[in-house]
Design a protein around this ligand. Structure first.
Ligand code: F6R
Length: 274
């Protein structure tokens, strides 16, 4: 089990280092990626798209599973996470659309759909790299505070704070109240979790995730139990960490030893922060 904290200089630097990790795995052969939407992974997707265009990075052998989906929205809806991930990433690379999966938000039986989706991930061999953002309230996926740390993909009620945060994407103000999300237990099964966070409004959640107790109050803290989690932060998102100097020092040693998170797929870090 390792949690590796990577202190980055900027949002673009976060994206570049996350892209390094993903590229290393994708170039090895068939890979299953768990795809978060939202603002946080945007610089990562931009960098992967650039490498696809300029450095022949192919996603032809990649299967993608979105992390979550709004309930009630058909796939084609502009704000569905299926449409969003296509617009932000998949439509700009060569990932075959028939291997891009999302929970069906407008399924007649949402409970059965959630179970089907969880099973589909397992059938695909599980997620190799799960890309994650974190909500200001500590959620990952749409696992809001008080989510079970062992939860599977299921129907969840969105927290008021999350609906307010996401209202910017719904000009009519009609943010769905329910969603389907991979559970915390599902996310824990990914072989590697890569969480990217940037901005001051994430600093408190990042501090709770890394340095607080493992608690359903901060669902992202479940990553402390993950077999391999890499947490990439810009200076603002890292600003409330009380052990910042310690993380910086460990990172320097790992860099000196050539065991940077650039290739975590190939090498275990020499020093573990947690
Ligand atoms: C998105 C998701 C959410 C976001 C989180 C942060 O698929 O599951 O957990 O990662 O709400 O959102 P942004 O990145 O927009 O700040």
């Amino acid at each position: 089990m390792t949690v590796q904290i990577v202190l980055c200089e900027s949002v673009d630097h976060v994206g570049a280092r996350a892209a390094d990790i993903i590229e290393a795995r994708v170039r090895q052969g068939p890979a299953v990626l768990g795809l978060a939407t939202g603002g946080s992974p945007s610089s990562t997707y931009q960098e992967l798209i650039r490498r696809h265009r300029e450095e022949q990075l192919s996603f032809g052998q990649v299967t993608g599973f979105t992390l979550d989906e709004y309930a009630g929205l058909p796939k084609e809806h502009e704000q569905s996470y299926y449409s969003t991930i296509r617009r932000e990433f998949v439509d700009h690379v060569d990932l075959p659309l028939e291997r891009l999966f999302t929970p069906q938000g407008d399924a007649a039986d949402l409970v059965a759909e959630a179970e089907r989706y969880d099973a589909a991930i397992a059938t695909a061999g599980g997620v190799d790299i799960q890309i994650l953002g974190i909500g200001a309230n500590g959620h990952i996926g749409f696992n809001e505070p008080t989510s079970s740390l062992a939860s599977r993909t299921r129907v969840k009620t969105l927290a008021g704070a999350t609906r307010t945060d996401n209202a910017r994407f719904f000009p009519d103000g009609d943010v769905p109240r329910l969603c389907l999300t991979q559970g915390l237990g599902t996310i824990r099964e990914a072989k590697l979790a890569v969480l990217v966070a940037m901005g001051e409004n994430k600093a408190a959640a990042v501090q709770a995730m890394v340095e607080g107790p493992v608690s359903a109050n901060c669902p992202a803290s479940v990553l402390q139990l993950h077999r391999r989690a890499v947490i990439l932060l810009d200076p603002a998102a890292a600003s409330r960490l009380s052990m910042l100097e310690y993380y910086r020092e460990a990172q320097e040693f790992n860099d000196q030893l050539g065991q940077t998170p650039t290739r975590p797929w190939l090498q275990e870090p020499a020093l573990q922060q947690g």
